[in-house]
Design a protein around this ligand. Structure first.
Ligand SMILES: Nc1ncnc2c1ncn2[C@@H]1O[C@H](COP(=O)(O)OP(=O)(O)OP(=O)(O)O)[C@@H](O)[C@H]1O
Ligand SMILES: [Mg+2]
Length: 286
């Protein structure tokens, strides 16, 4: 009985959050690094389906880095990154697109198994990101910068309570495929659909002052301090595009941005429905 009452208490505690977030769009970037373990993946997707049933409108943008790396290794291809962005040749991009489409369809099918509704948005289904070559395309190859997002298509999918699942590959105006960093994609999509929250799920607790030392987790980070940490190379590699994605989103009116650990059970629900923030929140300078 005690246990049952506690459970009901937890539900009531979530009420103010459910009220204020009902009908609001959240963009969740689900990083490839936190997608590997299928048990954890199922738990994360359960949280997202739960969110959709209580009236929040989640949109998933997924990564797939480790899966792409594995495929590259099998094919004897070189894995190379510059500031967290994957150097992508013309031949590489077809592999990236294929692997990410598989990841995309896997997520869609898992959501359906859990009992949610999902709509696949990858290049073969619906090309919702239109990219142009990245300004550093000489070194990066077929990496794109987002020119525009088909916000209407995404919003229309969200309305009937379905969860759009978006792959970060684009067919550009020039009909070429472009590899987009998934953090960037999530951020641009959040701005385009006027999301209230951007949540980046990854495989670490959040931003740490000493990479790998969880006791140095930074709970709240102002944008100017984030820039300093990038300059000082405390924020490195895959964390750089995340921080930039959060800063761009905040500047464009997205209210809250969080980097949280997708490996912690119910990290999403804890972040959204309780006062205890977890991970790192990036905030505008005062
Ligand atoms: N200061 C820092 N604090 C925490 N993590 C950091 C820091 N600097 C760099 N990192 C690295 O950033 C990584 C997260 O980015 P990464 O691109 O590897 O994953 P992801 O974006 O979740 O997955 P994907 O790129 O496949 O979508 C962490 O695993 C960590 O190694
Ligand atoms: Mg990454």
């Amino acid at each position: 009985m005690e246990k049952a009452i506690k459970k009901a208490d937890v539900l009531i505690e979530a009420l103010p959050y459910i009220k204020s977030y009902s009908g609001k769009i959240f963009v969740i970037k689900y990083g490839g690094s936190a997608l590997i373990n299928s048990e954890i993946k199922k738990k994360v997707l359960e949280d997202i389906v739960f969110m959709s049933y209580v009236g929040i409108r989640p949109i998933i943008v997924h990564g797939g880095g480790p899966f792409i790396n594995e495929e590259f290794r099998k094919l004897g291809k070189k894995v190379e990154f510059t500031e967290g962005l994957r150097v992508t040749t013309k031949d590489d991009i077809t592999v990236v697109d294929r692997v990410l489409s598989q990841v995309n369809e896997g997520i869609v099918s898992d959501i359906k198994t859990i009992g949610g509704r999902a709509v696949s948005m990858n290049t073969s289904k619906k090309n919702v990101i239109i990219a142009r070559p990245h300004k550093d395309s000489k070194t990066l190859g077929f990496v794109g910068e987002i020119d525009r997002v088909s916000a209407e298509t995404i919003r229309n999918a969200v309305r009937p309570r379905a969860i759009p699942v978006i792959s970060p590959v684009s067919i550009g105006e020039d009909k070429e495929l472009y590899n987009i960093n998934a953090d960037d994609a999530a951020s641009e999509i959040a701005m385009a659909v006027k999301a209230v929250k951007l949540i980046l799920l990854t495989d670490v607790k959040g931003i740490m002052r000493h990479k790998g030392d969880e006791s140095t987790l930074i709970s709240t980070l102002a944008m100017k301090d984030a820039r300093t940490l990038i300059e000082r190379k405390i924020i490195q590699s895959g964390m750089i595009p995340k921080v930039r994605a959060c800063m761009n989103a905040l500047n464009a009116g997205v209210t809250k941005t969080h980097i949280i650990d997708g490996r912690i059970q119910h990290s999403l629900l804890l972040e959204i429905f309780t006062d205890k923030g977890i991970g790192t929140e990036i905030v505008k300078d005062k």
